[in-house]
Write a protein that binds this ligand. Structure first.
Ligand code: FAD
Ligand code: MLT
Ligand code: ZN
Length: 486
């Protein structure tokens, strides 16, 4: 569990009194709060990776937007710090308190508000679980435009707050395009109703965009309006075994030519990542042999035979041209699940290592594997990797090739400050040289906020701080995170 070195509780925030708790109880009722019950508080104080831990004594679970408004208005007046929390699957420590901040959990706000099956526009409470929304839409022939390994727990509000990317961004685009409206509560309790269900609306600044990716620092998102695509009737999944990252790129380039409009995912993982998966799962590989890289391709279309033919031809071409050494098309749903299961299971497998340094970076696709190799070299030269007694277990890469997004993961035998010092800021400098981003999709939270200047200019950070101080002048929302504090 990381200890937040250098962070001190800011005394400007009020410590909770029993009067405050009584007031909150009058808003959410007895069942809408957890107070001073360590067992029940534990899950809200600890993040998914079990890396960060706060000491909040109070979790509030409002059921309506008005309750969220009443809570924030009071917190703002009293200067009580607040951490908005969705499904608590975030990977940068943004969703848990550092000290005694009050957690406002959206899990009690989980109702679908409306759905238009002509336009495909869905409106819902922010606390709806992504997978539940997707299942609900599935029955109507639609789907959510985003998908991620954490779908069973993450909330759509949390997805917006982090601007989550995920596994199908290559096809359906980012939330900045698919979200049509939001309802959010500002720190002073103002309810910002921007629940537009219009695809076109050029009237004034597009303020909802400011909330997408704001990680709970300027308001609590309580409702969303989102454009959902038709659910494809034909889905195919294939796995390629590939010898080099050069060939991964060739396979990607060719997939856009041959699979074009039906391509819905193009993911990769290296064999080192696969070895970690195997260590923690007794799943048998779908391929007989192992390869340096694996590519997962998914197609989504409306004509099974046509899509199958396209995918089979593509696979044959990849093998004939020597780009892929092996290729398997899933023959049924269970094989598809098996293939996706490895890719989606990497996060959990890495989480079972004694410690893991996680990085989520974007850069030109051509640089993705260079980053992994250079990090291996760097750690080896620094004496942290490559020998049986080295602290680093491995350096592994996987990610969303189609989005130029690498997940660089460094499992280690223990959380070791010497290893961290070797990785940071070396990696951020490297990324900055490639004009990449130090956080492609997971956000900044408490893990990356101090390094923001590697991705954003001084003038942009200054403007971000101005926005923050205008919208949250008392700094009650998600303090210590997101913007650099040092
Ligand atoms: P939380 O973790 O609860 O919160 C995340 C941040 O958003 C916090 O700063 C919190 O304060 C804020 N927040 C949450 N809800 C609200 C709200 N209603 N209003 C205002 N602020 C709020 N991310 C990707 O981008 N792509 C992936 O492919 C991906 N895969 C993942 C796979 C696994 C197995 C796991 C564990 C995580 C993965 N993630 C991925 C990271 C994470 O799931 C996403 O960031 C997700 O969008 C977080 O949603 P959540 O509801 O869990 O938010
Ligand atoms: C993924 O793509 O699997 C997620 O972003 C989570 C991770 O980086 O492990
Ligand atoms: Zn990802």
């Amino acid at each position: 569990v990381e200890k937040y070195p250098g962070f001190q509780r800011d005394d400007k925030y009020k410590k909770l009194t029993s009067t405050d708790v009584d007031y909150f109880r009058s808003i959410v009722g007895d069942t809408g709060l957890i107070y001073q019950n360590e067992d029940d508080l534990e899950a809200f104080n600890t993040d998914w990776m079990n890396k960060f831990r706060g000491q909040s004594q109070l979790v509030l679970k409002p059921k309506t937007t008005q309750q969220v408004s009443d809570i924030l208005k009071y917190c703002n007046e009293q200067k009580i710090a607040v951490v908005p929390q969705g499904g608590n699957t975030g990977l940068v420590g943004g969703s848990v308190p550092l000290f005694d901040e009050v957690v406002v959990s959206l899990q009690g706000m989980n109702q679908i508000r409306s759905f238009d099956d002509v336009s495909g526009i869905l409106t819902a409470d922010a606390g709806c679980v992504l997978e539940s929304l997707d299942n609900w839409l599935g029955e109507k022939g639609f789907m959510m435009p985003l998908d991620l390994g954490a779908k069973g727990s993450c909330h759509i509000g949390g997805n917006l707050a982090t601007n989550a990317g995920g596994l199908r961004l290559v096809r359906y685009g980012s939330l900045h395009g698919t979200v049509l409206g939001i309802e959010a509560v500002l720190p002073d309790g103002t309810i910002l109703d921007s629940m537009s269900t219009l695809r076109k609306d050029n009237t004034g600044y597009d303020l909802k965009q400011l909330f997408i990716g704001s990680e709970g620092t300027i308001g609590i998102i309580t409702g969303i309006s989102i454009l959902t695509p038709r659910r494809p009737s034909a889905i195919h999944v294939a796995l390629l075994g590939v010898d080099s990252f050069e060939d991964v790129q060739k396979a990607f380039k060719q997939s856009r030519i041959q699979l074009s409009e039906i391509l819905s995912a193009f993911e990769y993982y290296d064999n080192n990542a696969f070895q970690i998966f195997k260590k923690h799962n007794d799943a048998r590989s779908i391929m007989d042999n192992e390869y340096p890289f694996y590519v997962l391709i998914e197609t989504s279309g409306s004509n099974k035979d046509h899509d199958e033919e396209k995918l089979n031809t593509y696979l044959e071409d990849m093998m004939t041209d020597g780009i892929a050494q092996d290729g398997v098309v899933a023959q049924d749903e269970s094989q598809s699940k098996r293939i996706w299961g490895v890719r989606e299971g990497l996060t959990e497998a890495l989480g079972k290592e004694p410690a893991v340094y996680k990085y989520d970076i974007s850069m030109p696709v051509s640089k993705i594997n260079d980053c992994v190799l250079e990090m291996r070299d760097h750690l080896e030269q620094g004496g942290a990797f490559g020998k049986p007694d080295s602290p680093v277990i491995d350096v592994v890469g996987y990610g969303h090739v189609g989005d130029g997004n690498l997940h660089l993961n460094i499992p280690a035998k223990s959380a070791d400050p010497r290893v961290l010092e070797l990785i940071e800021p070396f990696l951020f400098e490297w990324v900055s040289k490639q004009k990449g981003s130090i956080s492609a999709e997971h956000g900044l939270g408490i893990s990356k906020n101090q390094y923001l200047s590697y991705s954003k200019s001084e003038s942009m950070i200054k403007l971000m701080k101005t926005f923050k101080s205008v919208l949250d002048p008392n700094g009650i929302l998600n303090p210590y995170k997101y913007l650099p504090t040092k």
